[in-house]
Design a binder for this molecule. Structure first.
Ligand code: MN
Length: 414
């Protein structure tokens, strides 16, 4: 099915995507919206024109209340918008249509959900192995628990920002293995992390859990996620309780939440998990447990030159999103609608598919050469980092850019 709005084959926002977004409309108010190609369609304006009558939550400034309504409501809105914008629809010639639409370039994309809590997992085996080799012991890179449970930590929702928001290099403590004492100053090992995140529907509040087999009913949609990391701060602080100030200064999220339903045709098998088999509460049919989504990372230097530094795929995750959700809630932890869970850095098996500078340059020992001849061991002030992702099926369904520019640290004074 095609729309009467023309969409380029190369657009991430094909008619079947219909992503969930929030934008600052031309009158400065905040509208929940979707987009078809480069045309943004306001849900608030569609309701004013008499459509989407059963969904008053779409007049809010975030999707949280709408997410609470669950999969049937999400599907119903997609079906109604699809019908409205399909070729042959009478809506094409309706005089009210113009009030509902704006070119994407005319509106500012905002964070589409209030994120109450953000959790970051560590679900890529290659990434966990690489970090273990560099930070600990090459002989025992993967810790004994890793193949038995999806390792994660509670992140910080306050500093999750929408794509386009600048990131300031953090100050903090670092101490290299050969330094006699810790030193304070701007991080000298600024890094990105290539991740895919899910936006969730809330779970039970009675100390029960979300079972692995129905966990995907809680996935409103997927986003690209850059979990900015200061590796020098991380290496000094992370034992014994895990990431803290090395991570919580900034994370960047792509603005358009790609609906779970739009990505069903991108399902693929996950890695074999028979050795060791997970405990029963984590056992899942592996046939369609993962997503085949191409991922790409680029650095754009201050001179505007771009270099693609990694090409990866979401299918390289060992633990699926359903397993992450099931594990997160097995103890009675409450998930609220709008919560964000990110996969952890996604690294493929080949060096060109690693999802961080830490791995791509092997902790700075093998700098990358950029298109303009420059070298990078880690990121420099003025660098912009872009994540991109899209489905591999016949119709492209993508995320748009997850982009942010690194600014110099703030001078510290007491
Ligand atoms: Mn991370």
């Amino acid at each position: 099915m095609a729309s009467f709005i023309p969409v380029s084959d190369q657009s991430d926002f094909s008619f079947f995507n219909l992503p969930w977004g929030a934008v600052r409309w031309t009158d400065d108010s905040v509208h929940l919206a979707t987009r078809i190609g480069d045309t943004v369609v306001s849900f608030k304006k569609l309701r004013a024109a008499g459509f989407l009558a059963s969904f008053p939550e779409l007049e809010n400034e975030t999707f949280n209340a709408f997410i609470d309504r669950g999969t049937a409501a999400w599907s119903a809105v997609r079906a109604e918008v699809s019908g409205l914008y399909a070729e042959g629809s009478a809506w094409e010639a309706n005089a009210k249509r113009g009030t509902c639409e704006q070119p994407a370039a005319a509106v500012e994309a905002l964070l589409p959900v209030h994120i109450g809590d953000y959790t970051d997992f560590y679900a890529s085996r290659q990434h966990a192995t690489n970090v273990g080799m560099m930070f600990r012991d090459p002989e025992n890179a993967l810790l004994p628990n890793w193949l038995h449970l999806p390792v994660g930590y509670h992140g910080r929702a306050s500093t999750v920002a929408v794509s386009g928001t600048d990131v300031v290099r953090p100050n903090g403590q670092r101490k290299g293995p050969n330094d006699p004492a810790p030193v304070f100053g701007p991080s000298v090992k600024m890094d990105f992390e290539l991740e895919v995140g899910i936006i969730l529907k809330g779970g039970p509040r009675d100390a029960s859990w979300i079972p692995v087999d129905t966990a995907e009913d809680h996935i409103f949609g997927l986003v690209l996620f850059n979990d900015w990391s200061a590796r020098d701060l991380q290496q000094w602080e992370y034992v014994p309780l895990g990431p803290f100030l090395a991570k919580n200064f900034a994370s960047t999220m792509s603005p358009w939440i790609v609906p779970y339903e739009a990505l069903l045709s991108s399902r693929c098998a996950g890695e074999d998990q028979s050795n060791p088999a997970p405990l029963p509460y984590l056992q899942q049919n592996r046939a369609g447990s993962h997503w085949d989504l191409e991922l790409e990372v680029a650095i754009v230097c201050a001179d505007g030159s771009e270099t693609v530094i990694s090409q990866s795929n979401a299918k390289y995750l060992y633990w699926s999103f359903a397993q992450q959700i099931a594990h997160h809630t097995i103890n009675g932890c409450i998930i609220q609608s709008g919560d964000l869970m990110a996969s952890g850095t996604i690294s493929g098996n080949e060096p060109g598919s690693y999802g961080s500078m830490l791995e791509l340059t092997w902790n700075g020992s093998k700098p990358i050469t950029l298109a303009n001849g420059g070298k990078r061991a880690f990121l420099e002030d003025g660098d912009s980092l872009i994540l991109r992702g899209w489905s591999t099926g016949k119709t492209r369904i993508g995320f748009g850019e997850c982009r942010a520019t690194l600014l110099p640290s703030k001078p510290w004074s007491k």
